[in-house]
Design a protein around this ligand. Sequence first.
Ligand SMILES: Cc1cc2nc3c(=O)[nH]c(=O)nc-3n(C[C@H](O)[C@H](O)[C@H](O)COP(=O)(O)OP(=O)(O)OC[C@H]3O[C@@H](n4cnc5c(N)ncnc54)[C@H](O)[C@@H]3O)c2cc1C
Length: 464
Amino acid sequence: MNQNLINHLIGIVGETNILHSGAEKERFTHIWKTDIPLEAIAVVFPTSTQEVSEIMKYCHSTQQEVIIHGGLTNLIGGTETQASQLVIALDKMNSIEEIDEQSRTITAQAGAILENLIDAAQEKQLLLPMSFGAKGSAQIGGVVSTNAGGLRVFRYGMTRQMVLGVEAVLPNGTIISSLKKIIKDNSGYDLKQLFIGSEGTLGIITKVILRLSEAPTSRSSAIVGIENYEQVIGLLKFLEKNLAGMLSGFELMWQSTYKAMTSENSHLIPPLSQEYPYYVFVESLGTKPAEDYSRLEDLIGQALETELIQDAVMAQSERELHSIWQIREDVSVLAAQANFDQHFDISIPIPLIGKMVDDAVLALEKLPFVSCVFPFGHVADGNIHFIIGKKENNAAIIKSINDVIYQPLKAVGGSVSAEHGIGLHKKEYLSFCRSEAEIELMKTLKNTFDPLHILNPRKILSIE
Ligand SMILES: Cc1cc2nc3c(=O)[nH]c(=O)nc-3n(C[C@H](O)[C@H](O)[C@H](O)COP(=O)(O)OP(=O)(O)OC[C@H]3O[C@@H](n4cnc5c(N)ncnc54)[C@H](O)[C@@H]3O)c2cc1C
């Protein structure tokens, strides 16, 4: 059976685009880009949409389960694979086909690395405003299929807001091509939306067209120390109002996290003393460097005078700007020190964040196996992350921590996933933020697109 499959796949992609024996897996471990032990019948590397379609037609006819691999940077078990499953890896479909400067679009195959797209746009003075820690490995197909967020969602939106066109292959091999560069299109259902954020459960994305923006030419930043959460919201409103559309970053870090990031053992120097309960990283993007800097400086000065904030430092050079943002961008180093394997990226209505995080921290600190709690997040989007250190680890411990973080979300209309998705790890908690009727409709969609459940089966939803 497997030999038939492999022979068939070789017929479609050729000998050199498939790994199927143990020995080859050893030789090609670098391609997995992960240290998770991975079993699979084979890994196939199609080079065109047509090949993806042929593979899926065969898998459909033999009811072969398939797992799609992009850059493998997801944090939710989305690419976990079983020995009986086939992996389709998009690595070799990585070309950037076009940058259209007049339409301000970029067209790329799904396996293109996000950072390469950002750089290609930048060369034309255009901006692809997706920015997050994994951009050097994440593939655009993975980014679109997880509807990734990141540091500039507040100004530019989630990935969904940047996608103009998608080409995808359905589980039965049908190619659905919605590759248009137009912004407005109300001609019936917007089918591409179904492939964005559905984590590869409805189809394999093979090509995308993304909307670009004019690249800003000025970046001004400040770090601010604040005494209470009401002032954090006050500062957000004040800056939004007075910076017009230029405010592009408003990241919040709780004191425990700031202290850990700038401790004596860290290579990062604290730009502000460690005495404040909250630290906000502010960024504005514009087109007039000197004017934009003065504008932000003036507003921060006003906020200090009116005691909306307690302390602040403006980044006066590119180097200072980099070292301020490094405190926020490198926060994952804390995870490495914390026996950490649970990723939290919850959404909470903005006004409730302060109290809910305080309550969660108190509850977590009472758990004997919790060693540290580091909250931080994209507060302007209502999206908070936690790094929670553990002295020991087992399924019961994981569950009690999940319960502390996820249980309160039901009552306030929050979400268990602001950006990373559900995958396998958060499936149990989907009902905390989606109604029964919504989950039933999701299952109906899955059954319509993939009645045999061969594509990324059992991800997001539990259906057999
Ligand atoms: C250090 C770090 C920082 C991160 N920061 C953020 C952040 O700020 N915001 C954020 O949103 N995420 C973040 N992530 C998560 C991750 O980077 C994103 O989810 C990313 O979009 C996944 O892309 P990928 O190519 O690695 O996909 P993979 O991990 O390979 O796959 C993710 C899911 O998409 C499916 N998939 C992959 N390619 C395709 C395709 N072509 N068609 C259909 N389905 C496909 C997979 O089967 C899987 O279910 C971070 C991750 C790391 C490691």
